[in-house]
Design a protein around this ligand. Sequence first.
Ligand SMILES: *Cc1c(COP(=O)(O)O)cnc(C)c1O
Length: 367
Amino acid sequence: MGAGARLTIDWGALAANYRLLRDTVAPAQVAGVVKADGYGLGSARVADVLLAQGCRHLFVALLCEAEPLVGKGVPVYVLNGLLPGQEAECETMGAIPVLNSLDQARRWADLARTLGRPLPAILQVDTGMSRMGMPPEEVDGFLADPAMAQWLDLRFLISHLACADEPHHAANAEQADRFRTIAERFPGLPRALDNSGGCFLERGHFDLVRGGIALYGGAPRVGPNPMRPVVALESAIAQLRRVPPGAGVGYGMSFHAERETRIATIPVGYADGWPRALSNRGAAFIAGHRAPIIGRVSMDSITLDVTDVPAQYLYPGAPVELLGPHQTIDDVAHDAGTISYEILTQLSRRYERHYIGIPAQQESIAS
Ligand SMILES: *Cc1c(COP(=O)(O)O)cnc(C)c1O
């Protein structure tokens, strides 16, 4: 104990979110994207919950992130592909690279030829995001080189949507059209295009989707959020004071009290992933009452204006909701000028972590 806040992770909500995605995109299957340590929640534990729900594919971003997951009996794909020199390590580990360029395909095929057996891989093509995946001319180059391709045991053709969180963005249909056209050149190869936002676009979802933020309770797109919140964050009042009008608050005295103000100091700061952009912005909740953040967010603390919170709820140790029924990760992200992904992936290792909503039998798998 002695932590500044308690992070509660609800595995039952994660499982429910998986089932909602599954039912939304059926008959396509749902892969779990567990990069960045499972969006900050712990990739091995997240994977165990998803696997118990029937998930059979996992995606990470980096080869090092695949290591704790490769023993779980389902394929683990590495989205960022292979940097030069990583081929042997990837093969030994048993991870499956997403080949994002002709160069990566050549190096993976070269290793396969050396080993004398084809190696599994996913092929990613760029359909308009210009970030990862083969551009059209490299797809041509790939198809013109069957002597290389025979060493690749391709499992999926994938691409990634740039604007899936905006259902009416014209790029969604353009990318899907380009993807279909390219896929025709790979007959029989299973296809995967959609991330969380893509799962809620009203069209088919190919063979597999890659679910990330929606599994973790973030809004998959603008508008009402159909997902269940997975995290809650509760801190406590560390100290209370009353200051007169004109008093300065925090570093730089960026806030000055306009009235006699009651201030509560909370032991959570930017070192815990509570964004410094929330200086003089956003709020916490005490017994359901909104308490605005005043002054700058410090490394290890924030200050709240609690003048309008009923006095019975104000005492050292009193609970303070940072994430919970009154404030979602999307609310905090909005106030901080960022996205829920960043709020989740920055959640502190300093928090005491508390897990709920998991059947006892699964608990032993997860721990
Ligand atoms: C991160 C990522 C995903 C998951 O995206 P969400 O928006 O979190 O669902 C899917 N595919 C790729 C290629 C990614 O990089």
